[in-house]
Design a protein around this ligand. Structure first.
Ligand code: NAD
Length: 510
């Protein structure tokens, strides 16, 4: 895997490869494997994309042994650079080592092992049902790689959200460009400098790029784009992909509602909600964004939340090794502005120099308050009062469809009602975040929270084109004659009888 970093050029009509990093200059976008005139476009990344496409066309990434060897190298990166990863994520956002090891390393290793355990099975041609007409043919789904894939990641889980899709893209046999977030600077540097030493430079490249450079990168034709980030940038990525009719997965964000019914174990709810909200300092796309509950439940929940926060982070969370920091100044200032909504009942302390915001709970909110208008993405939990479950469901359904809906109740019927009557990317009853840790569940959004899904086999399938194939022998032409002109009513009856899909249980007498 090579690293390419491009200094944007004022004049886009630069000579090919101009301004690009060394690897891009070396091949200069020269004709080798050039498709769709990429190398002629003057785009600083055109040479790289066209070189990866040439490698992909050579078939190098197709054999299973090659894919497994690259995935094993990726596993070695995670093992050997574990300490570097913990240090980089600590420098970027004060990520506690426990949280980094669990979310960045363990979950990636789970994805890897799930892939090792199943890849040969996933890759196999899938033989499917046939009818009389095709009985003698070979009919199957071929698991084809897409080709050259682009993965763009955000900063909040800067290893996990880059490597989990990369694992699936490699497993599926693609060549890949990964673009880490420039906001998590230390992790970006680590990935650019070190991951490159583990993976095959012919097939995989890291591009370090900010907004301007990513805009240029997106001008190129990719065969698949996997984007994780905000819905607003998701729209930009999808528009760029549309120019080339490139398929996309968009893993986006939004506001995840958390309904707490009147019948529940309040202490348990408080601990599970506080953990989900304040994990990674609230900078989690699937964090519960706000609580919906009755006024009576709010009265019970507030002391329980206070107790949970003190149990987790001690009397002064600022001194806790288990509580992180906001990633940058821009993100910190945005959260300060959101803190002006409602009334602080727990926390509320901030420190600009350290980018510290205490675990905070807000009450007395209006739905028109700024904090209810955008995804919070920080350690602030507003509570919105609703009369009952029906009102909570109406509230959820009157907003954009979220990445996840949470529902807490000792009564399973209540949890099931919330599940039945709402729509979201995923759902988690009586806990937070845990649904994301399973490789067996698809993870992804719906509507404003995204498009497509991944994790486990779903990641492999995301980066795989399911190619429908029929392979017929050269002989038995007499059988085919039935479908050739000159047509007749008799031929049609035979063709219909031999190829018709009948509805099961349908009464043929009527
Ligand atoms: P972001 O959208 O600002 O940036 C994500 C990536 O897009 C970065 O690599 C960035 O360099 C690139 N980018 C930014 N602006 C761009 C532009 N104009 N053109 C092209 N590329 C551009 O998001 P972020 O601040 O890094 O992450 C926060 C958002 O991501 C939140 O909305 C969060 O919910 C969402 N998120 C979603 C998931 C998920 O799995 N669904 C996971 C983590 C974060």
């Amino acid at each position: 895997m090579e690293t390419v970093s491009v200094v944007p050029q004022p004049d886009v009509q630069q000579p090919r490869g101009s301004g690009a990093g060394k690897a891009a200059e070396d091949d200069g976008g020269g004709g080798k494997g050039s498709v769709d005139g990429e190398a002629m476009s003057g785009n600083p990344y055109a040479g790289l994309v066209s070189r990866l496409r040439a490698t992909w066309l050579s078939g190098k990434t197709r054999p299973m042994e090659y894919r497994v060897a690259q995935l094993e190298a990726l596993g070695r990166f995670l093992d050997e650079k574990k300490q570097d990863i913990l240090e980089a994520t600590a420098l970027d956002m004060g990520k506690p080592p426990f949280e980094a090891e669990f979310s960045e390393i363990l979950l990636c290793k789970n994805e890897l092992n799930e892939t090792f355990n199943n890849l040969s099975h996933w890759m196999k041609d899938e033989h499917v049902d046939k009818n009389l007409v095709t009985r003698l043919d070979s009919v199957f789904i071929r698991k084809d790689p897409y080709g050259v894939v682009l993965i763009i990641a955000p900063w909040n889980y800067p290893i996990h959200l880059l490597l989990v899709p990369l694992i699936g893209a490699i497993a599926a046999g693609n060549c890949v460009i990964i673009k880490p977030s420039e906001t998590a600077k230390n992790t970006e540097r680590l990935v650019a400098e070190m991951l490159s030493c583990y993976l095959d430079n012919d097939c995989f490249a890291v591009v370090t790029a900010g907004v301007q450079e990513t805009t240029r990168l997106l001008e190129n034709k990719f065969d698949y784009i996997f984007y994780t980030g905000s819905p607003s940038v998701g729209r930009i990525v999808m528009a760029a992909a549309a120019k080339h009719l490139t398929p996309v997965t968009l893993e986006l964000g939004g506001k995840n509602p958390c309904y707490v019914s009147d019948t529940c174990d309040v202490q348990n709810v408080a601990r599970r909600v506080a953990w989900g909200r304040f994990f990674n300092t609230g900078q989690t796309c699937v964090a519960p964004d706000y609580v919906l509950c009755s006024a009576e439940m709010q009265k019970k929940l507030l002391p329980a939340l206070r107790e949970a926060i003190t149990d987790f982070y001690g009397p002064n969370p600022r001194e806790s090794p288990n509580f992180g920091r906001i990633v940058g100044d821009k993100q910190f200032q945005r959260l300060l502005m959101l803190l002006r909504s409602g009334r602080v009942v727990i926390g509320g302390q901030t420190d600009e120099e350290e980018h510290y915001i205490a675990p905070t709970v807000l009450v007395d909110l209006q739905t028109s308050d700024p904090i209810m208008q955008e995804e919070i993405f920080g350690p602030i939990l507003p509570i919105i009062i609703v009369a009952n479950m029906d009102e909570a469901i109406d509230f959820i359904n009157s907003h954009e469809r979220p990445l996840v809906v949470y529902a807490f109740s000792s009564n399973d019927k209540v949890v099931n009602q919330v599940l039945e009557r709402t729509s979201s990317g995923g759902f988690c009853g009586n806990d937070t975040l845990m649904h994301v840790t399973l490789t067996s569940l698809p993870f992804g959004g719906i509507g404003n929270s995204g498009l497509g899904m991944y994790h486990g086999k779903f990641t492999f399938d995301t980066f795989t084109h399911h190619r429908g194939c029929l392979h017929r022998g050269m002989g038995r032409e007499a059988l085919n004659a039935l479908r050739y002109p000159p047509y007749s009513q008799q031929k049609l009856q035979i063709v219909r009888a031999a190829s018709e899909v009948k509805r099961k249980g349908a009464c043929t007498l009527l």
